[in-house]
Design a protein around this ligand. Structure first.
Ligand SMILES: Cc1cc2nc3c(=O)[nH]c(=O)nc-3n(C[C@H](O)[C@H](O)[C@H](O)COP(=O)(O)OP(=O)(O)OC[C@H]3O[C@@H](n4cnc5c(N)ncnc54)[C@H](O)[C@@H]3O)c2cc1C
Length: 381
């Protein structure tokens, strides 16, 4: 009996569960170790904040998928991995040994520059489940006049979406909240075309959101903006600081013995196998690839999923030495950036567009993704 351990119920792992449900080999004991029965979908989080979705619209129930895949669901978080001994320890005190391991544990928000903020001020966007739980309290505080200044730190697409969603949420709730977005120099939508930046700057201005190009730093007395050129710091008052400051690897990956890069991401080959331990596969934010076009985004996690699944199934069936399937990231990906009200900006290489129709396009894709994973597939005969 082989033991297949799936750690994390992330985007790529959904494809693994579906493949196991369709054509998983007999004689395999499968465990899915993940902290929640829900897989929360980041693509719909800004729409939920802005009031377009209910929380239950934005999550996938992993229980029916795990059941269809014949996987025992273990609701706990991995806290250590010994890659050489093939064992994972979880925060409930259990240990899980494995013959084959698939990691799709995502990432944490990199809050290192902000951790010194006064208690209760910082709200990292990840883990998503914690954000989904915390945001309604901030909205209630705004309604009650107890939250007057909110700052989002992070000039990537996530930071832009979050600040525009917050503006829409406060507008609907009738709370008067001053909003600001802080982007590092060169960091406002880095990697997107100039036209996208112009469109976003216009939407920010229309929503009354102040844009600061500076590095943000948390101190025990509050948020500071550091001007890199002049080495001066100025205070930016905030009752709540949402951190969308990029991704940080889960710390136990780096101490696992797996080959990781300097930032702790698991180094994998084009088949999403660990470069150091071929019985361990990884996909999504947790891994890193030396491939043009590779980025830490849901798009790549989703697209790597079928390749991850095929290679795990081949390894379970001992179908060697068949060459493993490879995931080749496309040189450019489509990003649909939600802008608060039902309006979105499309960004694809040098091309951009915006409007209500872009929002409906995004809405259809996002709802379709959730709907697809709500129905476990039937077993192939
Ligand atoms: C606001 C926002 C909007 C975004 N919008 C987009 C978008 O529109 N398009 C896009 O491509 N990307 C988007 N992203 C990026 C996207 O969220 C990530 O790149 C994507 O979620 C990565 O998928 P993943 O499968 O690696 O991880 P996740 O989807 O985060 O899944 C990780 C899984 O692992 C579980 N887990 C976590 N820790 C442990 C542990 N210790 N042990 C066991 N299980 C664990 C989690 O519960 C979860 O089930 C957005 C990000 C944010 C913050």
């Amino acid at each position: 009996m082989k033991r297949l351990l799936l750690v994390g119920g992330g985007h790529a792992q959904l494809a693994v569960l579906r493949a196991l449900a369709r054509q998983g080999p007999r004689g395999v004991e499968t465990v899915l170790l993940t902290p929640s029965p829900w897989q929360w979908y980041s693509g719909m989080l800004p729409g939920w904040m802005a009031g377009h979705y209910r929380a239950e619209d934005c999550r996938i129930d992993l229980r029916p998928l795990a059941a269809a895949a014949g996987a025992r669901l273990c609701l706990a978080s991995a806290i250590a991995l010994d890659a050489a001994r093939r064992i994972v320890h979880d925060d409930a005190g259990a240990s899980h040994d494995f013959d084959l391991l698939s990691l799709d544990v995502g990432s944490l928000t990199d809050t290192r520059a902000l951790d010194a903020l006064p208690a209760g001020t910082l709200l990292p966007v990840k883990p998503l489940e914690a954000f989904f739980a915390a945001w309604p309290q901030r909205l209630a505080a705004a309604r009650a006049g107890q939250l007057r200044r909110l700052v989002v730190v992070g000039g990537g697409a996530a930071g832009v979406e979050l600040v525009l969603a917050a503006a829409e949420a406060f507008h609907r709730a009738g709370g008067k909240v001053a909003l600001a977005l802080v982007a590092a120099p060169g960091g406002l939508l880095a990697g997107h075309a100039e036209g996208v930046r112009r469109r976003v700057a216009r939407r920010l201005a229309q929503a009354g959101i102040a844009l600061h190009i500076a590095r943000a730093r948390g101190t025990p007395t509050g948020l500071e903006l550091v001007d890199g050129a002049e080495h001066t710091a100025s205070a930016l008052p905030a009752d709540c600081v949402i951190a969308a400051t990029g991704a940080r690897a889960l710390p136990w990956l780096q101490t696992s013995g797996l080959a990781c890069d300097a930032e702790g991401w698991v180094v994998v080959d084009a088949g999403h196998r660990s470069r150091s331990h071929p019985a361990i596969h990884a996909a999504g934010d947790a891994c890193t690839r030396d491939a043009p076009g590779f980025a830490r985004s849901g798009v790549h996690a989703v697209h790597a999923g079928p390749v991850l699944a095929a290679n795990l199934l081949a390894a379970l069936a001992d179908a060697t030495p068949a060459p493993p399937q490879r995931y080749q990231p496309r040189p450019r990906s489509l990003y649909l950036i939600a802008c608060g009200p039902r309006h979105a900006i499309a960004s694809w290489g040098p091309w951009s567009a915006e409007g209500r129709w872009v929002w409906h396009w995004k809405d259809r894709i996002d709802r379709g993704f959730i709907a697809r994973h709500r129905r476990p597939p039937a077993r192939a005969v």
